[in-house]
Design a protein around this ligand. Structure first.
Ligand SMILES: Cc1cc2nc3c(=O)[nH]c(=O)nc-3n(C[C@H](O)[C@H](O)[C@H](O)COP(=O)(O)OP(=O)(O)OC[C@H]3O[C@@H](n4cnc5c(N)ncnc54)[C@H](O)[C@@H]3O)c2cc1C
Ligand code: FES
Length: 370
């Protein structure tokens, strides 16, 4: 019995080792033996041509040439933000891409640029707006504690020194390597207002064991330089006068904070109800500022909702989920636009509730912090 067991263990270990050796050989073959040489990337029907060293992802090769395609997952193939039309030379669609593409997109040649390896000449289409995205060198002006797990980061832009963005958009922050963890790029919504062109503020929530947020919380120092790129995204205030429902949770505060402050600054007097969801009072931030905004502007109402606040705490505001707070205030939202921001779970629940109250699907705008 003992001999059989030893035999099985030895065979299993042998197979695992063989698998590892094969995987390493494949990676080495890809890196060292296969040399794709110089490849041409033709952009927008030949309007622009780039020469790159083949072998890397389309997303990273474009970034090397200062063309920044939105990407929230750092090229892991899980955010689907990096879609581009590849008209020629993109190779086979990979199984990673398929779930993120509709039949129409596949027909039109849409690909996840982080999953397309450039191995030969390739033709792609890039929307003009993406050429405006820039890389910034910035200095950390402050790291301010907002709650037990959310920091406000303020950056001074050094090069270029100004940024043009719309309230609601986001930037990508590049983390540095630390304790053997790789440098990654992650998306963070801008919480400051577009009129402040030399600075950017973010609200970053700590994700346990998250690569970028652990770096921000434990390693990033005030005064140090960092790399940002942006602005990205089409989550922004629409150009209408429709009344608005804003709903956010946690660091989902950031883009809504930018939007409502921008409205106040620009004297945009659209009726706006802001429902902010948190568990307890210790998770609330910008409370006084938003209450002041409410006092100063008739068009603005701020409704914080706490879902797990102890009964004995003396909290006199709403107790329950943001969706419950919404239902307490409204039963018909015909004609409203909605702006949602937070975890996919929260955004999904809010969307469902808003549709029940007759908000049209194409009037519900959201950014999911996936
Ligand atoms: C448009 C947009 C705007 C955003 N704005 C904000 C904002 O304003 N504020 C904010 O705090 N966040 C924001 N986010 C979220 C942010 O981009 C990051 O996703 C978040 O900070 C986590 O990054 P991280 O590197 O710390 O964590 P990661 O290292 O990415 O890990 C996140 C989680 O995934 C797990 N994980 C890690 N690697 C893998 C893997 N390979 N497979 C499966 N699971 C894995 C980790 O264990 C962890 O639980 C935004 C996201 C988007 C898309
Ligand atoms: S960068 Fe996220 S899917 Fe490509």
């Amino acid at each position: 019995m003992g001999t059989i067991l030893t035999g099985i263990i030895t065979a299993t270990v042998f197979l695992i080792l063989m698998g590892l050796v094969l995987a390493i050989l494949l990676v080495l073959a890809e890196k060292k033996i296969l040399n794709y040489g110089t490849c041409k990337i033709s952009i927008n029907d030949g309007n622009k041509e780039l020469e790159v060293q083949g072998g890397a992802s389309l997303l990273s090769l474009l970034a090397e040439k200062n063309i920044y395609i939105p990407s929230a997952c750092g090229g892991r193939g899980s955010c689907a933000y990096c879609k581009l039309v590849v008209s020629e030379g993109g190779g086979q669609l990979s199984p990673v891409e398929e779930p993120y593409l509709t039949a129409d997109e596949i027909k039109a040649g849409v690909r996840l640029s982080c999953q397309v390896k450039v191995r030969n000449d390739i033709s792609i289409q890039i929307p003009e707006a993406l050429f405006k995205i820039k890389k910034y060198r910035a200095r950390v002006e402050h790291k301010k504690v907002l709650t037990h797990d959310i920091l406000e980061l303020r950056f001074k832009l050094l090069d270029p020194q100004t940024i043009d963005f719309k309230a609601g958009q986001y930037v990508q922050l590049t983390s540095e390597t630390y304790k053997g963890r790789e440098s990654v790029m992650r998306a963070y919504s801008i919480s400051s207002v577009p009129s402040e062109k030399n600075y950017i503020e973010l609200n970053v929530r700590l994700v346990p064991d998250g690569i970028c947020t652990t770096w921000v919380f434990d390693h990033m120092k005030e005064g140090q330089e960092v790399t940002l790129s942006g602005p990205y995204g089409d989550f922004m205030l629409s150009d209408t006068s429709a009344p608005m429902i804003c709903m956010a949770g946690g660091s989902g505060m950031a883009p809504i904070h930018s939007i409502v402050n921008h409205m106040a600054e620009m004297n945009i007097q659209r009726l706006c109800y802001y429902f902010f969801g948190a568990q307890q009072q210790r998770d609330l931030f910008y409370l006084e500022e938003l209450r002041k905004l409410e006092r100063d502007h008739e068009w603005f109402t701020f409704i914080p909702a706490l879902s797990a606040e102890p009964e004995s705490s003396g909290w006199t505001g709403f107790r329950g989920l943001v969706t419950e707070a919404l239902a307490e205030h409204f039963d018909d939202l015909t004609g409203y636009e909605a702006y949602l921001c937070g975890s996919p779970g929260m955004v999904g629940a809010c969307e469902k509730e808003l549709k029940k109250f007759n908000v049209e699907e194409d009037k519900i705008y959201y950014d999911e912090f996936a």
